[in-house]
Design a protein around this ligand. Structure first.
Ligand SMILES: Cc1cc2nc3c(=O)[nH]c(=O)nc-3n(C[C@H](O)[C@H](O)[C@H](O)COP(=O)(O)OP(=O)(O)OC[C@H]3O[C@@H](n4cnc5c(N)ncnc54)[C@H](O)[C@@H]3O)c2cc1C
Length: 552
């Protein structure tokens, strides 16, 4: 055999060039100018060192690997053990547990409850935003645990027993009674087959047992993270729809008959198990009053909606990180992508979206830190609905455009962009889908007109800085003074509430290039257009630099 025909020579078909190595080992916080500025601006400056530390943790290669593993090795459900005993066990890849452990040890589920004060929500939001860039699915039980606290407080006896363990900075994934654990997680079951948005259509029943407990019979069509230690659930009690805390195990150590039927096969959010369950006489404790279940659980829902804002902003950020990083290394037609004008327009537009999302999320975090002030309370009431609607709804298309920046690689599963895309619609759909948020905005205004007055008061702060902004404000006020077919127009109204608020916050944020680009492209244009249609004159260099994860 001649040398030219030897197998090793034949196998060497080509040299791999112009492929971009994975991004790892960078500091997610240090490389995020928009986030750092928003944290400073909204009262989180005291946590700068901690955020720098956590930004480094979240950029470590082994952490990134855990995000991939938790999605590649999907949760598996086992109804019974090998002897036939009912166990309702979900098995996860160890990486999922490691991510849970990290999130809980950092207090992402509890810090503002255990250590409240100025900036507490802002800092927790910033950390969660960094953390979620590793993996979004396990955030579901983190968020639900966090959000359960205000609802559980409505029952002081339960609060005394459960909250110290719910807010503890630990993780115990073992399948055993809550009484034996020092750290607990909480889920929720509202959605039933016949209705998710319209929870008043719930048919599950709760019968008082005469000893202060209730017995729940019925089903839940979506109950995510079924390994949580207890769930806030709605069921029809004699006094009407009521809220209950339903543990997986009874206080006597026996299994509560809350039986998982199967896990959903979801298109995204696959690291997070979402189950269908039946309550076959499950023990539950009343939260709040009978017949006021929606009021009790709404405390939880408001917080989960806020976390949807954090989660989707975080997804947008990670998408931009990947798009800009890729474009800074990949050549086409003899030039680096990031230097090519049309790609610059796309990248800058993607970053501009993140700027608006971060500004709004952090502003609402600040409102949460100051709920003793009426203005902040009103801003929070409308802001969670407007922000959840807008940011979550913008994310799927944003994820797709970022994915396209990577070309074909973008949709391949060992590039995170594919996962970001699959996960992107989840936050928009759960916890009140788009229309429900838009209608909630109208409901909030009808119930307490002060919410819109305070919203406009906030927007007035930037009046006079830009004529295009002032005009948008006038248009918005006119739209609200017209009550004709207001439900039909609700999405359009909420779009405008979101855009003007983001513009205002970016004006206040103090970077004139960002504010100018936002107003020029979001407030001053008519009709539909795609990402990457920023008008000429926009300072794309500044925007791309702000989005570049390696530009510190
Ligand atoms: C990944 C994932 C995890 C989930 N986890 C949980 C969980 O842990 N616990 C839980 O309880 N639920 C969970 N859900 C369920 C979720 O909250 C519901 O799917 C959601 O609230 C919508 O309810 P539905 O599916 O019944 O749709 P429907 O209520 O039937 O709504 C269908 C569509 O109609 C729209 N709509 C409804 N009413 C109106 C109206 N009056 N006017 C105009 N449009 C309207 C909605 O916006 C929606 O787009 C989860 C969902 C997903 C995707």
């Amino acid at each position: 055999m001649s040398e030219a025909e030897s197998p090793s020579v034949l196998a060497a078909t080509h040299e791999v060039i112009n492929q971009v190595p994975p991004l790892a080992g960078h500091n997610l916080y240090a490389g995020d100018t928009a986030l750092r500025e928003a944290v400073q601006h909204n009262g989180g400056h005291w946590a700068e060192d901690d955020l720098q530390r956590y930004g480094e943790v979240c950029g470590r290669p082994e952490m990134i690997e855990r995000g991939y593993n938790a999605n590649e090795f999907k949760p598996i459900f086992e109804s019974h053990d090998r002897s036939g005993n009912r166990i309702d066990l979900v098995r996860y890849h160890p990486s999922y547990h490691q991510l849970m452990q990290l999130a809980l040890s950092e207090g992402l589920h509890s810090a503002p409850w255990t250590d409240p004060g100025p900036g507490a929500h802002v800092v927790r939001a910033a950390k969660y935003y960094l953390h979620s860039q590793l993996e979004a699915g396990h955030g579901c039980p983190i968020t639900m645990t966090f959000a359960s606290v205000p609802s559980i407080r409505l029952n002081p006896q339960l609060a005394d027993e459960w909250l110290p363990k719910i807010t503890a900075r630990g993780y115990d994934s073992s399948n055993r009674p809550y009484t034996e654990k020092s750290a607990l997680t909480i889920g929720m079951g509202m959605t039933e087959k016949q209705g998710g948005s319209d929870v008043r259509a719930n048919t599950s029943t709760a019968t008082p047992m005469g000893d202060g407990t209730y017995e729940l019979v019925g089903h839940k069509w979506f109950m995510s993270a079924p390994m949580c230690d207890a769930f806030l659930m709605l069921a029809q009690a004699p006094g009407g729809l009521s809220c209950f805390l339903v543990p997986r195990w009874r206080p006597d150590g026996s299994k509560n008959p809350l039986q998982v039927q199967r896990l959903k096969k979801k298109a995204g959010n696959v690291s997070n198990a979402s189950s269908e369950v039946e309550m076959r006489g499950a023990l539950g404790w009343l939260i709040g009053e009978e017949g006021r279940g929606v009021n009790a659980i709404i405390e939880m829902v408001a917080t989960t909606r806020f976390d949807c804002m954090i989660g989707s902003s975080s997804g947008q950020r990670q998408a931009v990180v990947q798009a800009i990083y890729h474009a800074s290394q990949r050549s086409t037609f003899g030039n680096i992508l990031i230097d090519q004008p049309l790609m610059q327009n796309v990248l800058a537009d993607l970053q501009l979206e993140v700027e608006g999302s971060v500004a709004m999320t952090m502003r609402i975090a600040r409102a949460l830190d100051h709920l003793d002030r009426e203005h902040e309370q009103m801003l929070m009431r409308l802001g969670t609905a407007v922000g959840k609607y807008w940011i979550c709804k913008r994310t799927p298309h944003h994820a797709y455009e970022a994915m396209e920046c990577l070309g074909g690689n973008g949709i391949i599963e060992n590039f995170i962009t594919a996962r970001l895309y699959r996960d992107a619609p989840i936050n928009a759909i759960w916890e009140g889908s788009g229309n429900i948020q838009a209608l909630d905005v109208l409901r909030a205004i009808a119930k307490a007109p002060a919410v819109i007055t305070h919203w406009f008061d906030e927007l007035e702060q930037s009046k006079g800085t830009d004529l295009r902004y002032d005009r948008a404000l006038v248009r918005l006020k006119n739209e609200f003074s017209n009550r004709d077919e207001i439900e039909y127009r609700a999405r359009h109204l909420v779009d405008q509430l979101a855009l003007t608020m983001q513009a205002h916050l970016l004006v206040q944020g103090g970077n004139s290039a960002v504010a100018e680009a936002f107003i020029a492209s979001r407030l001053n244009t008519v009709g539909a257009h795609n990402t990457g249609c920023l008008p000429t004159g926009v300072d794309v260099t500044t925007l791309i630099e702000r989005g570049n994860p390696l530009a510190v």
